[in-house]
Design a protein around this ligand. Sequence first.
Ligand SMILES: Nc1ncnc2c1ncn2[C@@H]1O[C@H](COP(=O)(O)OP(=O)(O)OP(=O)(O)O)[C@@H](O)[C@H]1O
Length: 253
Amino acid sequence: MNDLSGTPTAPLLEIRHLSKSFGAVQALKEVSMTIRAGEVVALAGDNGAGKTTLIKAVSGVYAPSGGEILLDGQPVRFASPQEARDRGIETIYQDLALADNLTIGGNIFLGREPMRKALGFLPVLDRRRMAEAARETMARLDFHVSRMDAPVSNFSGGQRQAVAIGRAVYWNARVLIMDEPTAALGVPEQRKVIALIHQLKAQGRGVIFISHNLQDIFAVADRIIVLRRGVEAGERRISETSHEEVVRLMVGG
Ligand SMILES: Nc1ncnc2c1ncn2[C@@H]1O[C@H](COP(=O)(O)OP(=O)(O)OP(=O)(O)O)[C@@H](O)[C@H]1O
C-alpha cells in the first residue's frame, strides 16, 4: 500500500517467523503474516493447528520462542496483554469478558471508570459521561440497541459481541484480533457481526479474524492464512481462492 507521496507505508502489524514451543511440543513454527490498515486477515486451520497459540504470542499472553513482531515497522515485545492493549492491539475472545450486570457504558469503562467531583463529597462515577461515550461509540459502529441503560445480560449474542468491539474501539484499538466472533450465533446475528467487521475495516483498523466458518471468511476477509500443525499451509487473497482450495489447505494432501 502506498501513501500519497508514493512511498510504501509499513504494515500496521507484521509477524515474522514466529515460533512457540511448549516443552517438546512445537505449537507454532516460523509463521509470518502482515496486517495493513483497513485490512481483514482470516486465520483458519483445523483444531490444534496453532491459531490460538499464534494470537496469544502476538497479544502478550505467551512470550514467543522465536521470531519478531513489528508494529508500524518497529520491533515490539509485549510482556502482558495489557502492554499489547496499550499499544492498540486488542483481542476479543469468545467469552467476550463482559460484566453481565453492567450497562454498555459500564462495560466500556470496566476497570477505568471516569469520576466527577461532587460538591463537598468524594468523587462519584460520571454516569453521564459513560452513557454518552457508549451512545457515540455504538453509533459509530452503526449499531443500535433500544435500551442503553439495560444490563448487557439482556442482550443477544451479536449485541454482546458489538459491546466488546465497542469497548476496543473506544480505547483506540488499531488491530482487533477476534477469536471465532460468529461461532454460536444464529445466521441474522452472524450477519450483524460481519457488518461490524466491515465498519472496523472502513475505519482503517486492522482485523485478524479467526473462524471455522468459510462463508463468514469469504464475506469479510481480504486474505486468508491457513495453519496446519503449527506451520503455514498457505496464504491466499480471498478474491483468488475458493472454499475447496481453503479446505484442501486445511486438511493437506
Ligand atoms: N499451554 C499449552 N501447553 C502445551 N501444549 C499446548 C498448549 N497450548 C496449545 N498447545 C498445543 O499446541 C498445538 C496448537 O494448539 P492451539 O490451541 O494453538 O490450536 P488452535 O488452532 O487454536 O485449535 P482450536 O481450533 O482447537 O482452538 C496443539 O497441539 C496443542 O495441544
